[in-house]
Ligand binder design. Structure first.
Ligand code: AMP
Ligand code: ZN
Length: 479
């Protein structure tokens, strides 16, 4: 598989460090509100990487963190929810989870768990496979303390004037490689977490651990550096190193996380381990809705639940997202969602009709082209286009169309073999290894290699499939 690597600014081959296993760390949600459809676009990116890699036979391990502490309202400076994104100081309200808890009159824990549950509900609605691990920041404090201690011992971190622990940006020479924000070009006054802070030695340093003020009573921990709470970037380094080790194949997130979140995480992880931990940084571009950035203050934040409330299948959202490549900024509209919903319904109806016809081998060239597109930096729009062509094709049998739609749906995840308003499809798609044998047999027959063709027929029979040769090509049946 090839993906665009942000640091190398190029589409590169992704070769797992450990043969057969692809490890992925995905920045997860900050659980103080529902994820919007833009967040879902970024989460879908990880799912596409997973499904594409799995289809090529790789085992995939995804770790996605749950940020339930430490993400401050002014951490990104880009504030996807705009409202109050530039709060100064360190009052309890500045931690996104604490601020929401105060607004809803709940405890921080209640807020965090409620939105974490809803995050899982939304992922399921979009057929996004669950990660293998969902570490919570609030339950990984010991890992963060260990990481900070390591950075202190190796001279990469120091206790600042206010008792917080800061990372010494100048101790990491390749700072800026990921985002292009080199230290010499970053001037004080540029938006940093906490702005220009007299507690730091250098304006670009950032807090690994923040000393809590007396007003903050929830989400605080006692540490060698006093009572406080972690900086947002600290958690991703600590949890990714603990769960995936010192080498991580792919790290994903939305483009806004490139700086400072990922730049700082890279500095921390690499300084703590002495290696370049993340082999490939992959970022998804943002989603606009009806031409505008989604923000609470503009009142145009759209959730998965809004899509469902309008009577649309949530997988119409998935299809609409797949119609755009992850690396391009995308403008989603209600019209596009309605159109995707109509396509989804039509495809499911067609697939159900085709399923009733005798099965036939997938068109090898078309399937190969689809797999090439997926492996070529997740060119999902191209795959969708090929499906539209296949749908209309007069040269390909219904049975072959059924098999192809069902097969490629392993990556697209659109439940295409699920009928709407009819009896469920009884025909089960032919397993991929059987399809592969059928394709080989078609090749053998085309080459008039009758002995080879018979050998494969016997192999199919041994696996419980009977193949018959008809004018339309091979047809396969179980038993
Ligand atoms: P958050 O819950 O705010 O920490 O964001 C979760 C993920 O969604 C992060 O990877 C963000 O980069 C990503 N994200 C935020 N806004 C958008 C957007 N409009 N489009 C796509 N991804 C986004
Ligand atoms: Zn992160």
């Amino acid at each position: 598989m090839r993906l665009h690597d942000t640091r190398l600014k190029a589409v590169v081959d992704i070769v797992p460090a450990r043969e057969g296993v692809l490890t992925v760390y995905a920045c997860g949600p900050t659980v103080y509100r529902d994820a919007h459809v833009g967040n879902m676009r970024t989460f879908l990116l990880t799912d596409l990487i997973r499904r594409t890699a799995q289809l090529s036979g790789l085992r995939v391990i995804v770790v996605q963190n749950i940020t339930d502490v430490g993400h401050m309202a002014d951490d990104t400076g880009l504030g996807d929810d705009a409202a109050g994104a530039v709060d100064e100081g360190q009052g309890p309200g500045d931690d996104k989870v604490l601020r929401q808890a105060a607004a809803e009159g709940s405890s921080a824990l209640e807020i965090a768990r409620r939105y974490e549950d809803r995050f899982h509900r939304d992922l399921a609605a979009l057929n996004i496979y669950p990660a293998e691990h969902y570490p919570r920041a609030s339950e990984s404090i010991d890992l963060m303390i260990d990481l900070i201690a390591t950075l202190m011992e190796s001279g990469h971190a120091y206790v600042g004037g206010d008792g917080s622990v800061f990372f010494d940006a100048r101790s990491f020479p390749s700072y800026g490689e990921l985002s292009g924000n080199r230290l010499d070009a970053l001037r004080p006054g540029h938006r940093f977490e906490g702005e220009v802070d007299p507690a730091k030695r250098f304006h670009a340093d950032w807090a690994l651990w923040k000393k809590a003020q007396d007003t903050r009573t929830q989400l605080v921990w006692d540490t060698p550096w006093g009572v406080g709470f972690p900086g947002w970037h600290t958690e991703c380094s600590a949890m990714s190193l603990a769960l995936l080790g010192n080498t991580i194949d792919v790290h994903t997130g939305g483009i806004d996380l490139r700086f400072p979140h990922h730049e700082d995480e890279r500095a921390q992880s690499n300084s703590a381990t002495g290696t370049d931990v993340v082999r490939h940084w992959v970022h998804g571009e943002h989603l606009l809705f009806e031409g505008r950035k989604m923000s609470k203050s503009a009142g145009n934040v759209v959730l998965v639940s809004d899509v469902i409330e309008r009577g649309l299948d949530p997988l119409a959202l998935r299809l609409a997202l797949l119609q755009n490549r992850y690396r391009q900024q995308m403008n989603l509209t209600w019209d596009a969602l309605h159109a995707a919903d109509a396509t989804l319904t039509r495809w499911r109806d067609r697939v159900a009709t085709w399923a009733a016809q005798p099965s036939a081998a997938m068109p090898a060239d078309i399937v190969a082209a689809m797999l090439r597109s997926l492996n070529d930096d997740l060119d999902t729009p191209r795959v969708i286009m090929m499906l539209r062509e296949l749908e209309k094709s007069a040269d390909i049998s219904d049975g072959a169309k059924f098999e192809t739609f069902a097969y490629i749906d392993r990556v697209l995840g659109l439940d295409l073999a699920r009928t709407v308003g009819q009896a469920p499809i009884e025909a089960e798609p032919t397993p991929p290894e059987i399809s592969a044998l059928l394709a080989l047999r078609a090749e053998a027959r085309a080459a008039k290699d009758w002995a080879g063709s018979d050998r494969i027929r016997d192999e199919l029979a041994a696996q419980g499939f009977t193949v018959t040769d008809t004018a339309e090509g091979q047809q396969v049946q179980r038993g």
